[in-house]
Design a protein around this ligand. Sequence first.
Ligand SMILES: NC(=O)c1ccc[n+]([C@@H]2O[C@H](COP(=O)([O-])OP(=O)(O)OC[C@H]3O[C@@H](n4cnc5c(N)ncnc54)[C@H](OP(=O)(O)O)[C@@H]3O)[C@@H](O)[C@H]2O)c1
Length: 235
Amino acid sequence: MSRTILITGASSSFGQELISRLPNDVKIIAQSRSPLPKINDDDPRIIDIISDFSNPDFLTDFDGKVNFAEIDEVVHFAASPMRMQNFVASTSQQLLADYQTNFLSAVSLLTKVVATRKQNPRQIRVVLMLTDMIGSPKKGETSYITSKFALLGLIKSLSKEYSGNELRINAVSPSFVETKYVEHFPEFLRKDIENKHPMKRHCTISEVVDSVEFLLSTKSSFINGQNISINGGEN
Ligand SMILES: NC(=O)c1ccc[n+]([C@@H]2O[C@H](COP(=O)([O-])OP(=O)(O)OC[C@H]3O[C@@H](n4cnc5c(N)ncnc54)[C@H](OP(=O)(O)O)[C@@H]3O)[C@@H](O)[C@H]2O)c1
């Protein structure tokens, strides 16, 4: 195998698109909360890990299945769905569960991967998924937005703590994308977002994964600690 990539939220539309683009000689550790789609069943490249990141002990799901020392790349797509809930109505348990799923899971996984550099020195490349909404949050998304800001803090901090030769960590921040998650949004809302966009369309899954691939590749070898907006000039 040429390299090993850990993809969280591998069942998401972004995860599936990235998996479909990876060459045959890449080993893929694919985490999702529910089983991966049937299309991934007989894929010899994939080690699938079913794990619920809202559980603080989620790392036990990786025990005996994953050698963190062989991981070269981490792409963190996993996130809880947006809550659309007033700040006062959301409970601290919900907030903690979202932090755990969206942010602390990435911290736990990266701690494990980066610690293995002592036994296997290599450049580790990381891409985290933020959202363009951090620039102009919508009402009712406090836990989603603050957990994404925490991820932004993580890329800024780790890119200072480690040189780009050891760890290259960046993020992408897309605007609204037609993924399976937003399928249940009312048609009028999706159309409204589209009509208000300067390009009169949504960002595509493919456009997001293009940037993820770029940030993992040597074409971005001097880019570190950056959050790339993929918003078509919206904000
Ligand atoms: N769609 C957009 O407009 C948009 C825009 C900007 C950023 N994003 C970001 O893109 C990423 C993927 O979002 P998406 O739109 O593709 O939504 P999605 O289909 O709901 O994907 C979310 C992924 O996270 C996983 N996940 C959710 N809760 C989890 C938990 N408790 N433990 C472990 N995994 C969990 C899901 O796994 P299961 O499928 O197994 O539940 C799924 O793979 C997220 O980080 C989101 O914030 C999306």
